[in-house]
Ligand binder design. Structure first.
Ligand SMILES: [Zn+2]
Length: 506
């Protein structure tokens, strides 16, 4: 008899400092689908974790029960209705599936709701109470998870991304599923533990594009995973913009019953390294003023390819509003030409453009609507160059093959700048943000992307130069601007902590 395995995805990176609550509509706009046909149809063959689980289920001959695939662009706290609706879809599927042999989940690990600071911990605990103590249950996590002891206690393994940009979703799901298969065939009997230091951030936010602490940690994790009794060693660097008790880095180790002491030691060794090299994180944020980006845009350069200005603090991938205007205004003021700007979230202006039609000239007040303290709307005359439904399939390395939906989209020409104006908030991580809108990014002198790191996977290879700028958006690396109330204390670097295991959360 084939093993019966429940598979589900429920992801969100919640920026609790955002004023935009996350609703069911936000999920519907991005991804909220139920049932085997819809889920397999959307994800089979993609680089997403669900693509990995589908592949593994076929390889191992499982009878897979696909419950829900839900993902929304990072934003504020999930409404109670959103959380309970999607959670209950997964729990109902678990209850009605008959006897389950295993559960495979694709989670983020930094989801916060109106009622749950540790939503993934609550979901895993609820599922555990349905399936019982012995059924293997694995979860893939983002490497920016604020992972918790509750998640680890209820999971067989937490398998976190090992790349940033995150291009290994499929691979991690295949790894998690392989462990499940070993449990099902009686070869393994894992438990999972987690250690978290008194740190708000660390390991250089997880960057893996250059040599540094994150690559060193992952190399050590790879080595530890080869030891007998150790199944998975995961490094989570945390997501700073979340006012909950458990924000910050952690190490999760899935181990066999006899290797618990060694698993705890491994977790501590990696935490010790994160602590020892803590100053590398604040020193390497890499942000520069907008003026540096504009100066680079005005500098004649013989190297091929565009200058890429990354508006990292308005990155919707971290909960940024995706509509702040200081970078756009600065480029307009400097009269920089041959620019493509991706993207500004402004559904009202898109509707205005649709009404006017392609070729029309309209007076716009573009962007800057969510929080005018981060920049006012850009008032300008714009020509409507193209209108579309804003849907495309990613063809870059990240989330390869997955459908992205920008919603009704207008390309507006203002001065020398083509502004991709969208109805959904979408991180600029794939070249199709421009290509699908009739813009060849390689032919532009300057590209502006709303992203802090993920854009590097697709845009790094075509860029002549990259300048990461701080435009004063909500994802600012200046943590003194964040007013924490629920965060565990004391914590580095906000308090005078001189021990990685200070406080009670070690
Ligand atoms: Zn991440």
């Amino acid at each position: 008899m084939a093993y019966r395995v429940l598979i589900a995805q429920f992801k969100h990176e919640t920026n609790t400092f955002s004023k935009l609550p996350t609703t069911l509509d936000d999920y519907r706009r991005n991804c909220l689908i139920e049932g085997t046909g819809a889920i397999v149809g959307r994800f089979k063959g993609t680089g997403n974790e669900m693509g990995g689980y589908i592949e593994a289920a076929e390889k191992h001959g499982w009878e897979a029960v696909y419950a829900v695939a839900a993902n929304a662009t990072p934003s504020g706290t999930l409404t109670r209705e959103t959380w309970e609706t999607i959670r209950d879809q997964i729990l109902a599927a678990a209850r009605s599936a008959g006897k389950l042999d295993a559960v495979c989940l694709s989670l983020h690990g930094a989801m916060v709701t109106e009622t749950e600071d540790d939503a993934e911990g609550a979901l895993l605990e609820a599922l555990r109470s349905i399936v019982g103590p012995d059924v293997p249950m694995v979860a893939t996590l983002d490497l920016h998870a604020n992972a918790t002891v509750k998640m680890a206690r209820n999971a067989t393994a937490l398998v976190s991304f090992r790349t940033y940009p995150h291009i290994d979703g499929r691979e991690r799901a295949v790894q998690a599923a392989a462990l499940v298969q070993e449990v099902l065939t009686g070869k393994k009997k894992p438990r999972c533990l987690l250690v978290q230091p008194a740190m708000l951030e660390g390991a250089e936010h997880g960057r893996t594009t250059a040599p540094g602490i994150m690559r060193d940690l992952l190399a050590r994790a790879d080595t530890y995973e080869k030891e007998p009794g150790i199944n998975v060693v995961s490094v989570q660097v945390g997501f700073t913009w979340s006012d909950i008790p458990c924000t910050g880095p952690s190490i999760a180790v899935s181990h066999e019953p006899g290797a618990e002491a060694r698993a705890k030691e491994i977790a501590r060794l990696l935490i010790d390294e994160i602590w020892r090299r803590r100053d590398e994180t604040s020193a390497t944020t890499g942000y520069r003023p907008i003026a540096d980006g504009v100066a680079a845009a005005r500098t004649k350069n013989d190297k091929p390819g565009p200058l890429v200005i990354a508006d990292g603090t308005d990155n919707p991938g971290g909960g940024g509003y995706n509509d702040t205007t200081p970078v756009l205004q600065a480029l307009l003021d400097a009269k920089v030409e041959n620019v493509a700007f991706g993207t500004i979230y402004d559904p009202r202006t898109v509707q205005q453009a649709i009404k006017a039609g392609v070729g029309a000239e309209i007076d716009v007040a573009l962007g800057g609507h969510t929080d005018q303290s981060m920049g006012k709307p850009v008032k300008a005359r714009a020509r409507v160059r193209m209108l579309s439904d804003g849907a495309f399939h990613n063809d870059g390395p990240m989330n390869a093959g997955v459908e992205t939906n920008m919603g009704p989209t207008a390309v507006l020409r203002i001065g020398g700048i083509d502004v991709v104006t969208t109805s959904n908030r979408i991180q600029t991580l794939d070249l199709q943000v421009f290509l699908s809108q009739g813009i060849d990014p390689s032919a532009k002198d300057v590209l502006v992307v709303k992203s802090v790191q993920h854009f590097r996977a697709a845009y790094g290879p075509i860029a002549r130069e990259i300048v990461l700028v701080d435009s004063g958006g909500i994802c600012s690396p200046d943590i003194s601007r964040l007013k924490f109330k629920k965060l565990r204390r004391p914590i580095w670097p906000l308090d005078g902590v001189n021990d990685a295991y200070a406080g009670t959360h070690a």
